[in-house]
Structures are given as structure tokens and as C-alpha cells.
Design a binder for this molecule. Structure first.
Ligand SMILES: [Mg+2]
Length: 386
């Protein structure tokens, strides 16, 4: 269990109060066994049948856990399987993770005198979750909003996707991009206005895994080819196996197929997201580390006057929420319509609310800059008249 401080509205008194909420640590699943790492570049040819036979009982239990967890984190499943999910439970969750729109003033007040830095996940945050991951387009209005955000605050997109792929969706050269769960970080191609002279490619901590990832990609394509709807995505430094278009009855079988390949590569680990299993190197690098790295490269490593805001919808975003909570700086905002165990402080229901929040943030910043400008001008006028 971990603790986090959030500001919640007190419905009775109408005032806000700070409380400490106990939150269970969200456990991500790791398939990394304690074996020597496989040597990159050695591809073992093995039949699908044999691979499946290799699965031991523990692996079977782990696979069931992945599938159960994936079912539990699927919003449609929660709705259909838990029609009586009590209003009390929902209200209690909303009380502990209030809407970032309702708490807008409190959030901006907390950021006063500090530099806001925006971190945005892509899928399910800026774009809706769709069946075909290749068609997860963001709307023009969302793009225009993110462009305005980047005009006022350093802004980074942090995604599990390959960096080039996420860039092809967002198409804004002024942003920082952290693809492959932060394992592929690049600064603005126009050059950063916040950090002069920043290098184009900032960081790729898992480059030596590239040949292995490529091998596993091919092996996954092979073992999953007979499962209708299964889609394997190569995100360069990590891989995703999408379950979105697979009949739920086939989820266990597909997870087993993925597990069978992973057994051969103990230096890769598996994490579970929204209708997706993700495979990545066991190196200690995640979206939280990417957030810290970006703050450092922007020159805010040991600053107290920085206010990072991270918005995301996925289990993998929890690493970033946790970092913010531990640093005691800024806030995490979870995008979710349903209660979830999270380290985020606030919530937004869907991408349309994310856009509304970002627009308010831009309007607030514009207004406060105008106010500052007026005050400065008045002071100068007063000086002149003395
Ligand atoms: Mg997401």
C-alpha cells in the first residue's frame, strides 16, 4: 500500500481539504525468470505445438492472471459483468480521484510560480481506443489543442507505440516524443525553445535489444497467425499483442501463445494493458523513468519550481503517476470512466474531457500572462512618473 495526497471537495462544507489516501501498489506482471539472458541474434526455430508443450504449470497460472487482469481492465467488461457495481463504490473512487475539470482552480493554484510541464499518453488519452490500432487517429481539434499547449508549456507525448508511429498520428514537430514506453526519446525536431542546443535523439537505453525484439516479433507473428483478430505490433524497442479484435473466448489461447514465445527469452518481460499484452526488455526503464529523464534534460532535475502534469489511461502510465507522487511534484490524471486502482490524483473520463482540460489550461495561462504583462506595464509607468 502506498499513500498519496490529493485535494478533494468536501460536499457538506463546500471547502476543499487535503487527505491522504491509501492505494494498493499496482502490480504489473513480469514474466522474466531468473535465467541467463538469451543472446541477441540467436533465433531458435521451434514448432508452435512444442512451444505450447513447454509451458509449465506456473506459466499457466500466470497466463490466467494476465487474462483475468485484462478482462478486469476492459471498460466494456466492467459494465456488462458488474451491472451492480455500487454507486457508493463509484462515488468513493470519484471522491478520492476527483475530476481534473472540477478541481481545475485547485490544480492551477498549486502550480503558481512553477513551470508546468505536460506529459501526454496517446492511445485512450488523445485518441479514442479503436479496434484497429493503425487507425487510432486523433481529431484535428485535439491536434490544434495540443499545439496550443506546447506553445505555453514544454510538452511530451509518452507512448508504448513506436516513436515514428506516434509521430505519424500527432504530427507536431514542436513536441518531445518518448516512444516504446520511454525507451526511444527525441526532442522537438524544430529544436527546443525551452532547452537551447538539445540534441535531436536524446536517449535510447535499449538499443542492444533491437535484434532480439525483431526475432520475437517474427516468432509472435508465426504463433498467433491462426488466431482470428490477433495483431502483433512492432514498436521498435517493444512489442504489443492486441486482443481488441479477438473473441474473448480465445484470449487464454492467445495469451498462452504469447507466453510460449516469451519462455524462450527470459531477458524480456511482459506487461498487460487495456486489451493488450506488451513485451519489452527487462531493463529498469518505463514511462516514469522517461518522465524523470525528460525533466532532467529540460533542466528541472533538482528544481522545486517545476509542476509536471501527466495524463494517461493505461496501467503502464502508473509508473509515471508513481514518480510524481514520490517526487511530491505536480499531479497524475487518470483517463477512465470506471474506478481503477491508481497512483493518479485526479481523473478525466475520456479524450473529450482531456481536450476540455487542456483548453482550459491554455486559456488560464493566456489570461495570467496578460495579467502579468499589465502589472509590469503599470509598474514601469509608475517608475517613469517618479
Ligand atoms: Mg493509453
Amino acid at each position: 500500500m502506498t499513500n498519496q495526497n490529493v485535494v478533494v471537495p468536501d460536499a457538506k462544507s463546500g471547502i476543499n481539504m487535503a487527505i491522504t489516501v491509501a492505494v494498493s501498489g499496482s502490480s504489473l506482471f513480469s514474466s522474466a525468470a531468473q535465467k541467463p539472458p538469451a543472446v541477441p541474434g540467436t533465433y531458435i526455430t521451434i514448432s508452435k505445438k512444442k512451444l505450447l508443450q513447454n509451458l509449465d504449470i506456473n506459466t499457466g497460472a500466470r497466463i490466467n492472471a494476465w487474462v483475468d487482469s485484462m478482462r478486469a481492465s476492459s471498460p466494456t467488461h466492467i459494465k456488462s459483468s458488474s451491472p451492480h457495481l455500487s454507486d457508493d463504490h463509484h462515488n468513493s473512487w470519484t471522491m478520492h480521484h476527483p475530476s481534473a475539470l472540477d478541481m481545475f482552480e485547485q490544480i492551477t493554484n498549486a502550480s503558481k510560480g512553477k513551470q508546468i510541464v505536460m506529459f501526454l499518453d496517446y492511445d485512450g488519452t488523445l485518441s479514442p481506443i479503436v479496434d484497429d490500432p493503425d487507425r487510432a487517429f486523433m481529431s484535428d481539434s485535439m491536434r490544434a489543442t495540443v499545439r496550443k499547449v506546447a506553445r505555453y508549456f514544454p510538452t511530451a507525448i509518452v507512448s508504448g507505440r513506436c516513436r515514428d508511429k506516434v509521430y505519424s498520428f500527432v504530427r507536431l514537430a514542436e513536441l518531445y516524443y518518448a516512444g516504446s514506453h520511454g525507451m526511444d526519446i527525441k526532442g522537438p525536431s524544430k529544436g527546443s525553445k525551452y532547452k537551447k542546443g538539445a540534441e535531436a535523439v536524446l536517449f535510447q537505453p535499449a538499443s542492444e535489444y533491437l535484434p532480439m525484439i525483431d526475432e520475437v516479433y517474427k516468432a509472435l507473428l508465426e504463433v498467433t497467425k491462426d488466431t482470428p483478430g490477433a495483431k502483433v505490433e512492432n514498436n521498435k524497442f517493444c512489442l504489443s499483442v492486441h486482443f481488441r479484435c479477438v473473441d474473448e473466448k480465445k484470449w487464454s489461447e492467445l495469451a498462452k501463445q504469447v507466453g510460449s514465445v516469451l519462455e524462450m527469452y527470459p531477458s524480456l518481460r511482459l506487461t498487460q494493458g487495456r486489451k493488450v499484452l506488451e513485451i519489452r526488455p527487462t531493463i529498469k526503464w518505463d514511462k516514469g523513468k522517461a518522465l524523470e529523464f525528460l525533466l532532467e534534460s529540460l533542466g528541472y532535475a533538482n528544481c522545486t519550481d517545476v509542476f509536471p502534469v501527466y495524463i494517461g489511461d493505461d496501467r503502464t502510465d502508473e509508473d509515471a503517476f508513481k514518480v510524481l507522487r514520490e517526487r511530491g511534484q505536480g499531479f497524475g490524471i487518470l483517463v477512465s470512466k470506471t474506478p481503477k486502482d491508481t497512483n493518479a490524483s485526479y481523473s478525466l473520463q475520456e479524450p473529450s474531457e482531456v481536450m476540455a482540460f487542456l483548453r482550459r489550461l491554455v486559456d488560464w495561462k493566456k489570461l495570467s500572462l496578460r495579467r502579468q504583462f499589465r502589472i509590469r506595464r503599470r509598474l514601469e509607468e509608475m517608475k517613469m512618473s517618479l
